[in-house]
Design a binder for this molecule. Structure first.
Ligand code: ZN
Length: 484
């Protein structure tokens, strides 16, 4: 049974105990787990799961819930509303099917809004001043296939003018029927964006979308800027240096830009990357806090107190990050020794049952990478890169492979096994499995899979298999090889 914690800061000054209540955002940060929708665990939840959560919300009778339309494949799209305030806020999520972080956060917010006990005054204040409208998972067909586009292969966020997709038509109709004061356009972006050239991952990016190529500012856009300034100040307490601004180039086919033009102060929120959080559960929590804070700031107009120059000073997204950077490695070719940095990225490949992804590495850059940064970053001065070996025995099935002492084989420099029959794509052991006679190319070349060993004084200290670096002084293996 979860209990809400009362949050107190207790400071000891000259023996006097002073206590001070946290502001509500800090309190929500510590109490988040209480509201988290536990059935949504990762980025791969499907429309059917959302639908059943909405069915159970219907039984609570807290929201007004309507099926407002259907996707191209006939999946229901819902609008939930709550509150009686004059100011209207409209939020829509996941118009790109593989961008689910905010959808999960919206269900956490639904739990918060459906609670009748905790944060009673805050909830009451928000709902008396604001009416909230939510359209979670605008693109259910894309969500079920974990694709950006809908099943007509159209990017819904480039269909705001033509309205060829039923999802875009629906979003536009609902928007026009609400005429909201504020709109939240909720997306995910690459985890490899950096905050300016700071080498920090852009965890949350904001944008007050422009409504013309000149990037003019009217009172509508100014309110988006001020509210983002307020949210930036808030988030900076939790993730200092990890907040950026999304490209502000005008995109006439996108919804945010059009909604801003139509008079709704629109805010783009992009969930980016956070180290060791591939399923973005921490970023989901940040969405929960920032959206509730936005409701409060809109309810009491406190966003107006923020200077838009805070918004203007937020650094733009830049691309300064790789998943893994190995620095100062010595390599030998044609009898010459030279030093290089190596950058490796992982591509996510959707599993056949669409329940998750596996990772496939690729060498992205080679040379002096001193003005780039790895989300994992190693200085390997004094180390030498060497190719891995393929074990000569041919295994006939995976069970035989699994009997091998993997750790001993890695220390001997083996990185690949030959497996005669495998129809899989991914190897659960930290070895690549080679199934046909054609040997994959593991040379150090841009575009190749990153598989090699790293020696110091002749002894192998690290293996890199499918881009995963393994210190051979520890026996905890992680992640996967590939089947070739
Ligand atoms: Zn998107």
């Amino acid at each position: 049974m979860h209990k809400i914690k009362t949050i107190l800061i207790i400071i000891f000054i000259n023996g006097i105990i002073m206590s001070q209540n946290f502001n509500f955002e800090q309190s929500l940060y510590y109490n988040y787990e209480f509201f988290k929708e536990k059935t949504l665990k990762d980025r791969f939840f499907k429309h059917s799961e959302i639908k059943s959560l909405i069915e159970s919300l219907k039984r609570k009778n807290v929201f007004h819930i309507e099926e407002v339309g259907k996707s191209f494949e006939g999946k229901e799209i819902f609008l939930l509303s709550i509150g009686s305030g004059k100011k209207k806020v409209f939020l829509w999520s996941q118009m790109h099917g593989d961008e689910p972080t905010a959808t999960a956060a919206l269900f956490d917010i639904f739990n918060f809004l459906a609670d009748t006990v905790h944060y009673y005054d805050l909830r009451k204040f928000i709902l008396q001043n604001v009416t909230l409208y939510f359209m979670p998972m605008v693109n259910p067909d894309g969500a079920d296939n974990f694709t950006r586009r809908n099943s007509m292969m159209i990017d819904i966020n480039r269909d705001a003018n033509r309205l060829e997709t039923p999802e875009a038509r629906l979003l536009m109709n609902v928007f026009d029927s609400i005429k909201a004061d504020f709109g939240f356009n909720l997306h995910d972006q690459s985890h490899r964006f950096s905050v300016g050239n700071s080498f920090k991952q852009a965890t949350i990016s904001f944008l007050a979308p422009p409504f013309d190529y000149e990037k003019n500012i009217d009172s509508v856009r100014l309110n988006s800027m001020k509210l983002i300034s307020g949210l930036y100040e808030l988030l900076n307490k939790f993730i200092p240096g990890h907040i950026s601004k999304y490209s502000d180039d005008y995109e006439p086919r996108a919804f945010g830009d059009n909604f801003q033009k139509k008079g709704t102060s629109t805010i783009l929120v992009e969930s980016g990357g956070w180290k060791n959080d591939p399923e973005k559960q921490f970023i989901r929590k940040l969405n929960f806090i920032l959206l509730l804070s936005a409701f409060k700031q809109i309810a009491d107009d406190s966003y107006k107190n923020f200077d838009e120059n805070i918004y203007n000073s937020i650094p733009f997204n830049e691309e300064r990050l790789y998943d893994l950077v190995l620095r100062n490695l010595t390599i030998s070719k044609n009898g010459f020794d030279y030093k290089l940095d190596l950058a490796i990225n992982f591509e996510e490949i959707l599993l056949k049952d669409k329940s998750g992804v596996f990772l496939k590495s690729q060498i992205e850059n080679i040379g002096d990478l001193s003005n780039y940064y790895g989300i994992e970053d190693y200085d390997l001065t004094g180390y030498r890169l060497d190719s891995g070996k393929t074990f000569s025995k041919e295994f006939s099935n995976l069970k035989e492979v699994e009997k091998v002492d993997v750790f001993e084989m890695l220390k001997k420099g083996y990185t690949n096994f030959i497996l005669k029959n495998s129809n899989g794509e991914v190897s659960d052991i930290p070895f690549n499995l080679i199934t046909d006679k054609k040997k994959p190319d593991f040379s150090i070349k841009i575009g190749n899979n990153a598989t090699f060993v790293i020696r110091r004084n002749g002894k192998i200290e690290y293996s890199v298999i499918n881009g995963f670096i393994q210190n051979l002084n520890t026996k905890t293996f992680k992640n996967n090889g590939l089947v070739f």
